[in-house]
Design a protein around this ligand. Structure first.
Ligand code: SF4
Length: 470
């Protein structure tokens, strides 16, 4: 049995970051901190094996690096495991050094999409002992079981240094958890009141009924984490997890964390039917692709508690949508957003500037689409060359990348032919101003705010205004 510390690290400059699979971004105006579902799911597997566990989401409870040092000193873990993200990679990897300075023999392990595809460099350039590649929970369970013998050669899905730090080994990939093996996350290790819906002010939890994404968007890292095959958890398990969240934590708000929740309409219908039949009275949001929904399913989802749906609309130009591998059309985007709006479901549209083939003209077409659609919320990103994506490979091959020691979806580092990165950044900022400085958009946001959220909203609006004005 081992003492294991699982954590989401503090961020550089005291900023809070979400580091969850394909989503690695600064927590901000609309991107509230999410309950760390990977860590809590790993904890559920580890507690079954009898380990002593601590799970800490440092940004969520506003703890910093010196708090982390104190935890290491007081808890004295045998194994420390933390998630990493592209925007914070250097900072995240340096944590291994901080831990080793306190206690050299703590086994340091990192997970995340970036380190999964760059494990050799990560191990060479840091004090990290083990990189957990891809879907992390099963390798975490197996490597913790192997303590204190530390025969890492038996553990699939990891890369590691030998005892003398002279050689790096890359074991074969791990199998994915089967749908029925995926346990409900052990949220009791975390302060769930630290996670509040931005506009509602109510605590919420992540619900993860489906893993995997069969689509081939060339800017996205989803498949590096959960693979391409859809793995659908048994509906009964998901419903029981909801019931447990209601009874144990008094939570009735959920964010459905699935790469594309609506990829299988039959499953979604069955899920919604069960919620309605059991009269669970929950409220939830989810992500979707515009080519995987129709009015009928949206009506059922709404009846089952869906109040907001997020669509990856990406671009307002069909050719860009095709070149990005997204393979949706503007017609489908319009149908999906308008349908949801007509049914009374709030909509959030996600757009990316700087995808392959982008020009100033196509960026303007994207903004026009965002302004034309009845969206309640819009998020504008810059295309980020995440390692392991085709976008990264193409940008590298063509020498389009600026210094990429650190980058994120809010700062472009790709100089496309005829479209320098700084123009993409400037346009993104312009798009935010054009979208939100409209009476209609302002009233939409106001209509969604609940009293409990006002304090949080006021502090966020201050940050938002500062950000878009400067
Ligand atoms: S549909 Fe595309 S963008 Fe969405 S998770 Fe799958 S690969 Fe990523």
């Amino acid at each position: 049995m081992a003492k294991i510390l699982l954590f989401n690290p503090p961020g550089p400059e005291g900023k809070a970051y979400i580091r969850e699979g394909r989503c690695t971004q600064e927590s901000g105006v609309w991107a509230t901190q999410w309950p760390p579902v990977t860590l809590a799911t790993a904890a559920a597997l580890l507690e079954k094996d009898g380990h002593k566990i601590k799970v800490i989401d440092f940004p969520a409870v506003k703890l910093n690096i010196s708090d982390l040092q104190n935890v290491i000193i007081s808890f004295k873990p045998d194994i420390a495991i933390w998630n990493t993200g592209t925007p914070t990679l250097i900072f995240d990897l340096n944590i291994a050094k901080i831990i080793k300075e306190i206690k050299q023999d703590i086994i340091t392990c990192v997970l995340g999409t970036h380190v999964s595809v760059d494990s050799e460099n990560v191990l060479n350039a840091s004090s990290v002992d083990i990189v957990i590649r891809g879907e992390p929970e099963l390798p975490i369970k197996n490597l913790c079981k192997e303590f204190p013998n530390n025969n890492w050669d038996k553990i699939h899905g990891i890369s590691y240094k030998d005892k003398n730090n002279t050689k790096i080994f890359h074991n074969i990939d791990s199998l994915f958890l089967t749908p029925s093996e995926i346990p409900p996350p052990s949220w009791h290790y975390l302060d769930i009141n630290a996670y509040k819906l931005p506009l509602k002010g109510r605590p919420f939890l992540i619900l993860s009924p489906i893993r995997g994404c069969p689509f081939l968007c060339n800017f996205c890292t989803a498949q590096l984490y959960y693979g391409k095959k859809l793995r659908k958890r048994p509906i009964a398990n998901v419903i029981s997890e909801i019931e447990n969240s209601i009874h144990k934590y008094k939570i009735r708000d959920f964010f459905i964390w699935a790469d594309t929740f609506t990829a299988d309409k039959k499953y979604v219908k069955e899920f919604c039917d069960q919620i309605i039949k059991k009269n669970l009275k929950i409220s939830w949001t989810c992500n979707s692709r515009v080519d995987t929904i129709d009015k009928d399913i949206l009506v059922i989802m709404n009846k089952a508690g869906l109040w907001m749906i997020s669509f990856g609309l990406e671009s307002g130009n069909d050719s860009i949508l095709e070149q990005s591998g997204k393979n949706i059309t503007i017609k489908q985007s319009k149908y999906a957003v308008i349908s949801a709006n007509e049914i009374g479901i709030k909509t959030s549209g996600h757009f990316i500037f700087g995808l392959l083939g982008e020009t100033e003209k196509t960026m303007m077409e994207t903004l026009s689409l965002a302004l034309e659609l009845p969206l309640d919320i819009a998020q504008f990103y810059t295309a980020s060359p995440f390692p392991g994506t085709m976008l990264y490979d193409k940008a590298t091959k063509n020498n389009w990348l600026e210094n990429i020691s650190s980058h994120s979806q809010s700062h472009s580092v790709i100089n496309l032919p005829n479209l320098p990165a700084y123009k993409v950044d400037a346009f993104r900022q312009y798009a935010y101003k054009k979208f939100y400085f409209r009476k209609k958009a302002f009233l939409n946001i106001l209509s969604m705010i609940e009293p409990k959220a006002i304090k949080n909203i006021l502090s966020n609006i201050k940050g938002f205004l500062k950000w878009i004005i400067t």
